[in-house]
Design a binder for this molecule. Structure first.
Ligand code: FES
Length: 143
């Protein structure tokens, strides 16, 4: 009898542990994006220098736009790839300007390329496509 109770307690404990953060590394929900950012506007001043980044609305939880080189940008969804129900809110860029952290369970991603550098997440941040019009300093973000 003791063994049965111990087994039941173990199973209940395990299921509570597992539900604390939906153990999942699935693709995040699809949201259509088709935005144009005029980088000449003061709101995007950080994107005029290489290594600069800024938060932009759109996607599931908002976006992080990062200028990787003169003409290459990275556009990430702020949705943690470990949390399929999105209850943990948006990931945030660390004060070091190197990492992006999910404050739910501590998953970390590189700002440079969105790659996971610390679990529990194992899937990189979702990226969106972009076209950069250098003449007009305009960034088109889309799926
Ligand atoms: S939701 Fe758990 S690590 Fe982000």
């Amino acid at each position: 009898m003791k063994k049965v109770i111990a087994t039941i307690l173990f199973i209940v404990g395990l299921s509570i542990f597992q539900s604390s953060c939906n153990k999942n590394n699935q693709n995040i929900p699809y949201v259509a994006i088709d935005s144009y950012l005029n980088l000449n506007l003061p709101a995007y001043i950080n994107l005029n220098g290489i290594g600069g980044w800024t938060y932009v609305s759109g996607g599931n939880e908002g976006l992080i736009v990062y200028r990787q080189t003169q003409d290459n940008f990275m556009v990430y969804d702020r949705y943690c790839t470990y949390n399929v129900d999105g209850s943990c809110g948006a990931v945030t860029v660390d004060s070091s300007n190197i990492g992006i952290t999910c404050n739910c369970d501590g998953s970390k991603y590189q700002l440079f390329d969105g790659a996971v550098i610390q679990g529990p997440a194992t899937t990189n941040l979702q990226q969106y496509r972009f076209d950069y019009d250098e003449v007009n300093n305009q960034l088109h973000i889309y799926n």
